[in-house]
Design a protein around this ligand. Structure first.
Ligand code: ADP
Ligand code: MG
Length: 467
């Protein structure tokens, strides 16, 4: 086959798979420059030219396996691919004849939307809406590989990271992409909580057969926030068995959590070791460039004209949580619309001050104890009790520290929240944590995670009370 004809065929497929915008950004100015068969006549090597290095590395990161697969299908042979920079390709778009698209049957149909919904998937969480940076590169690449090759790439895939860093988005993107590639695939995305509720229901109604049918016949099981099953014995037992059944028949398992398997307290060792048996990838907080890229993408999606200076201000102010980044952008747009004032740096600062202040104001000492207890797996009664084991004392100190940092209340109140008579205990605890934070990056991240989950809890409560 002639190179240009082959590449045109491949591009048509890629256009259908990725959608017009993505296609325009990445593929429209590419060319198949070279195709060789290796000596053993088994593998082709394809060289694909891109107009600049940004596009070449972008495609390589995001669409390597997709391009490879499309070429392999067209050539009915194994293909290795490489992307090269060919500046002369700029403004040289591949033109398609106005014929009926070759692969119209591969278009996402209304049926897929229905199937996706049943699978617990939200269509907005796709790979092409996900910004990749150094903070999430490995997790993203692994997720792409899994969606293209379920059961064969990394199994299980375990993704962990703090609140609002894109775990759910990535998990859902796997499901959406897998269904897009194969609408017959049996995919289920579920947070761990409904899994547990289903299980309890199954036990209560003696309908475990139904439960097992639902979870054990899947091709891809995606379980979010798995830390939720810690300490729950029958759920762990059932998860372990579900895991084994799926794994042994080559089915894909994807799991996310706020921390790595080894650090999930009250999780059976046999489960930890299963979860560690595939690929464990973490998601870090985004750097400034990535925050800007995310804001630009979200601004584009909202179709609202944000000045660059506004985006920079938000990216500088909101550092640790992509959900907050997105939320701020939205609030700013709404505020500008309703007030009739243009978006300005001052407006953004005001909004941030208000939303952050209001959220913190609603956090109560008891919720801090709740969150710390949940996070460290130490019972609440121990935090407010007499216990002196290192684990308990540590959790208690973190709770006191967070109360001092987040709540505007006297030290005496903090002391009494943890049932301590003397406020010097609070001073001592806070000093200890402050010092530890200086050298302990992990502790810093843990405290940040707890702070964020307190805020998002307050946020949820606020939203619910508005309903
Ligand atoms: P998590 O599950 O880790 O708490 P989510 O996946 O719910 O976080 O992400 C929170 C919000 O931030 C979502 O609206 C998601 O679309 C967005 N988001 C997170 N990471 C990215 C990213 N890399 N690119 C684009 N949007 C992102
Ligand atoms: Mg999530």
């Amino acid at each position: 086959m002639e190179l240009n004809t082959l590449w045109k065929t491949a591009l048509e497929k890629l256009k259908v798979k990725t959608g017009d915008n993505t296609y325009e950004t990445w593929f429209s100015e590419t060319k198949l420059c070279d195709l060789k068969k290796n000596e053993d006549e088994k593998v082709y090597t394809a060289q694909i030219g891109c107009k600049n290095s940004y596009v070449a590395s972008g495609i390589d990161h995001r669409y390597h396996s997709m391009v490879k697969k499309v070429l392999e299908e067209a050539l009915e042979s194994k293909v290795e691919i490489a992307f090269l920079v060919k500046p002369e390709l700029a403004n040289r778009k591949t033109k398609f004849e106005a014929s009926a698209p070759l692969f119209a049957d591969k278009k996402p149909s209304a049926d897929i939307a229905v199937v996706a919904k049943k699978a617990g998937l939200n269509p907005k969480y796709t790979f092409d809406r996900f910004i990749v940076g150094s903070a999430n590169r490995l997790a993203h690449a692994a997720a792409m590989a899994v969606s293209e090759n379920p059961g064969n790439a990394y199994n299980p895939l375990f993704i962990y990271g703090g609140v609002g860093l894109g775990k759910t988005h990535l998990l859902q993107a796997i499901g959406n992409q897998a269904l897009f590639n194969n609408s017959e695939a049996k995919v289920l995305y579920s947070p761990a909580e409904p899994f547990v509720t289903d299980l309890i229901q199954g036990i209560r109604d003696q309908s475990m057969v139904k439960f097992r049918e639902k979870y054990r016949q899947l091709d891809i099981l995606i379980l979010d926030d798995i830390q939720f099953i810690s300490g729950k014995e029958s759920s762990q037992e059932e998860f372990f068995n579900t895991f084994n059944t799926l794994y042994q028949s080559g089915k894909q398992i994807v799991v996310a959590s706020d921390r790595p398997p080894a650090e999930i307290s009250k999780l059976e060792d046999r489960i930890k070791s299963r979860l560690e048996g595939g690929l464990v990838a973490d998601m870090q907080t985004p750097d400034f460039e990535m925050r800007m890229a995310i804001l630009k993408k979200k601004a584009e999606e909202q179709n609202y004209p944000f000045p660059e200076a506004a985006l920079i201000t938000i990216a500088e102010e909101v550092k640790t949580n992509i959900r907050e980044l997105e939320g701020t952008l939205m609030t700013v747009a709404v505020n500008a619309e309703s007030s009739g004032n243009p978006v300005s740096v001052g407006m953004i600062r005001d909004i941030l001050k208000k939303t952050r202040g209001a959220l913190t104001a609603r956090v109560k000492p008891e919720s801090i104890i709740d969150c710390v207890s949940e996070y460290f797996g130490v019972p609440k009664e121990d935090i407010t009790g007499r216990g002196r084991t290192a684990e308990v004392a540590y959790a208690r100190q973190v709770a006191m520290y967070l109360m001092k940092e987040m709540l505007n209340i006297p030290l005496k109140k903090i002391a009494s929240a943890v049932r301590r008579g003397d406020h010097t205990t609070v001073i001592h605890a806070c000093r200890k944590i402050e010092n530890a934070i200086k050298s302990d990056q992990q502790l810093r991240q843990k405290i940040e995670d707890i702070r964020l989950s307190l805020q998002s809890r307050a946020n949820q409560e606020e939203n619910e009370s508005k309903k």
